[in-house]
Design a binder for this molecule. Structure first.
Ligand SMILES: *Cc1c(COP(=O)(O)O)cnc(C)c1O
Length: 217
């Protein structure tokens, strides 16, 4: 099933859109089913679970951290993580840069843009996000690269609300990428809204339940 699900999504999206399989709460066997079908990019939302899977699974897997980033845990993923999606504070950026330095790596990350009015959603307001990107302090950092924006739409069935949030994110993304060559990733779209996200300009989608089935926490 897992391989068919991935094939179906793949055949259904443009080539330029990168598909990240979100394997949180799912066992290694499930990751391996996708892996054996040729899939390499996986995402997790807890550093401890991702690090355990990194240790136990093939080393050519490309790991994405999609959860909210706590600065005190960055050190655990710094040696191997490929892209950190949910960065939303300058404090985390400083820690990421420092851990990048320690590991002699440039750590790729995305800033999380807040588009939803929901209280529970993490993320930066657009002005705060731009202020970081264009700050001297960030520009002088050598071991972190901010490659774009990640965003999560409001959890609603109302497509107009979701579409407006995605369009808003795309506009901010375009504005920054016109001035910053590093800015090339717009990570938006999950199982329930990825078609709409791609229509609105997403080039990276994060799909969990549609690939691996419902999560039982
Ligand atoms: C869990 C999660 C996803 C995947 O959600 P599905 O609805 O199962 O596709 C995507 N992005 C983030 C940040 C997540 O935490």
């Amino acid at each position: 099933m897992i391989d068919e699900n991935i094939n179906k999504i793949r055949s259904d999206i443009p080539d330029y859109v990168e598909l990240i399989a979100i394997s949180k709460t799912k066992p290694n066997e499930d990751v391996m089913k996708a892996y054996e079908n040729g899939h390499r990019s996986f995402g997790e939302n807890k550093i401890q679970e991702m690090s355990r899977k990194f240790e136990e699974l093939p080393k050519d897997i490309i790991w994405h951290m999609v959860g909210h980033v706590q600065s005190n845990k960055i050190k655990y993923m710094a040696p191997y993580v490929n892209l950190i999606h949910g960065v939303d504070s300058f404090k985390s950026i400083k820690v990421i840069n420092k851990e990048g330095q320690k590991n002699n790596r440039i750590l790729n990350c995305l800033l999380q843009l807040k588009v939803s009015k929901e209280e529970s959603k993490f993320g930066l307001e657009a002005d705060a996000l731009k202020k970081i990107i264009f700050s001297n302090e960030y520009c002088e950092m050598e071991n972190i690269k901010i490659s774009g924006i990640m965003t999560m739409a409001t959890n609603t069935k109302n497509k107009d609300i979701i579409r407006n949030e995605f369009i808003y994110a795309k506009n901010i993304f375009d504005e920054i990428s016109a001035m910053d060559n590093n800015f090339e990733i717009l990570s938006m779209g999950m199982s329930n809204d990825y078609h709409l996200a791609i229509e609105c300009g997403s080039n990276m989608i994060r799909i969990g339940s549609l690939i691996f089935g419902d999560r039982n926490y």
